[in-house]
Design a protein around this ligand. Structure first.
Ligand code: PGA
Length: 247
């Protein structure tokens, strides 16, 4: 059985006191969840969140990192900075980072390698634009993103992949379960090409983009969607708890 994960991506939201209350309130729901739960929080919430989530089954992740360990990179945070406070997961290559902060397939690849070298577990995000989807280019685009991101990486045992069509993020336009499942199958077959069938059958692949309590169950009923990366709907405990219950 493949691992199931529901991860929240808080983006640039939540102050430390809000993060601590959220985790405390989520805990009773998290206890009964049938999946791994990860909250990817802003840097300033990491330490407070990790302390509050101690002795719970809620894992904490960051939303980005630099690939270097240290140096003259004003404003950046390094993998060993995350690791030394016990952060376990890190989102890499989110479309908002690619779009607004000039991340490329090349920097995504460097970050994935560096995260793995520091025993952090990357959540690798890939996804196509609306124009690419309208021109039916999504399969080629996604497959290329996966190949570039994983270039030179021997084992993907600690990598989770998130398929997030850019046109579905924050827009309320969720992909149909068939479209999301089909594209995730393309990701699985790309992984198979690179690492063989066994690895492809075991890699955990999430869907992200306007996941809500109303559509989660349907998405989770498919053959290849192993969970979700949730943005807006991960900011309210009751909404996020309902998504956990849908698994
Ligand atoms: P959304 O964001 O759920 O608000 O669409 C998902 C994401 O960006 O990871």
């Amino acid at each position: 059985m493949r691992k199931k994960i529901i991860a929240g991506n808080w983006k640039m939201n939540m102050l430390p006191n809000e993060a601590m209350s959220f985790i405390t309130e989520l805990e009773p729901y998290a206890k009964n969840a049938k999946c791994e739960i990860i909250l990817c929080v802003p840097y300033t919430d990491l330490f407070y969140s990790l302390l509050t989530a101690q002795n719970t089954n809620i894992k904490i992740g960051a939303q980005n990192m630099h690939w270097e360990e240290s140096g003259a990179y004003t404003g950046e945070v390094s993998p060993n900075m995350l690791k030394c406070i016990n952060v376990e997961y890190v989102i890499i290559g989110h479309s908002e980072r690619r779009q607004y902060f000039a991340e490329t397939d090349e920097t995504v690849n460097k970050k994935i390698k560096s995260a793995l070298n520091h025993s952090l577990k990357p959540i690798l995000c890939v996804g196509e634009t609306l124009e690419q989807r309208e021109n039916n280019m999504q399969d080629a685009i996604i497959s290329n993103q996966i190949k570039s991101a994983l270039k030179g990486i021997e084992s993907i045992e600690n990598i989770t992949i998130a398929y997030e069509p850019i046109w579905a993020i924050g827009t309320g336009k969720v992909a149909t379960k068939e479209d999301a499942n089909n594209t995730i199958k393309i990701i699985r077959s790309t992984v198979k090409e690179l690492y063989g069938d066994n690895v492809a059958q075991n890699v955990c692949i999430l869907y992200g983009g306007s996941v809500k309590k109303e559509n989660a169950k349907e998405l989770f009923s498919t053959s290849d969607i192993d969970g979700a990366l949730v943005g807006g709907a991960s900011l309210k405990v009751d909404e996020f708890a309902k998504i956990l219950e849908s698994m």
